[in-house]
Design a protein around this ligand. Sequence first.
Ligand code: ADP
Length: 257
Amino acid sequence: SLLEPASADDHVCWGGGQRHPASHELWVKDLSVSYRETRALEHVNLHSRCGRSVALVGPNGAGKSTLIKTMAGIVKPDDGEILWRGRRLDGTSREIAYLPQRSEVDWLFPVTVRGLVEMGRYPVVGWWGAYRRHDKDIVDRALETMQLTDLQNRQIGALSGGQQQRTFIARALAQEAHVLILDEPFTGLDKPAQEQLCQLFGELTAEGRLLVASHHELGSVAPIFDEVLLLRRHVVAFGPVEEVFTPSNIEETFGTV
Ligand code: ADP
C-alpha cells in the first residue's frame, strides 16, 4: 500500500553518491501467458537484481512485449509468478515503472514535459494529495538528470524521439522507481540520441536501478546491456551477455528451425 511506512528493508539504492549492496532481486518464475488461443510465453524464468540492465531479445511475436506487460501488471499470467524483493508483483508497486513503446503513446495529449514528469509523483502523493516542496525538488532533479530542464515547458508532441524517451524516463525517476521496464526504448532514435540514451542507461544502473528492455538491434546488445534473455516464446538462453549472446544461441532464437 502507498501508506505503508518505510521499513529498514526499504533502502533507496541510488543517489547521494553512495554505493549499495545490489541486493534487490527480481524473479520471474515459470511464467506462462496466453491470449485466448495464442500461447505467448511458456515457462519463462529470469532472475536479476538492482544495478543491472537486461535485454529481451527475440523475433517478432517472441513474447517480449507480453513479458514486459506482465511485469507491468497489464497482462495476467496463466501460470507462474513475478517476485520483486520477495513480494509478488500486482501492478501497483510504484517501485516498478513501465515505459511503453513510443508508438503506443498519444503524443497529441496536451501536457508539457514537466507536467508529464510530475505525473510520476501521483502514486506517491495521491491524486488529491499535497504536492510539496520535496516533490517539486524531485521533479526538478529528474528533469535535470534527463537533460530536460530547458525543455520542461514544451508540449510532449513537439519533442524529438530521444527527448520523448527521456521524458518518460524522467517520469520514472520522479516516481523513484527501482525497476524500469522499457519496451523498445532505442527504436526510432537517431544515432546521437541512441548514444545519449545508452550513456544514461549506464548511469541509471550505476546508481543501482534495474533496467529491463526489449531490444531489436543485435549489434548494440553488448555495448548497452549486462544480461540478455533470448526469447522465442520460451527462453532459449539467459545470462551475462558475454556468455549467452553467442552465434548459436542467436541462431536458435531467430532461426527457422
Ligand atoms: P514481441 O513483443 O516479441 O513481438 P508479443 O509479446 O507482442 O511479441 O506477441 C507474442 C504473441 O502474442 C504473438 O503471437 C502475438 O500475435 C500475440 N499477441 C500479442 N498481443 C496480443 C493480444 N493483445 N491479443 C492476442 N494476441 C496477442
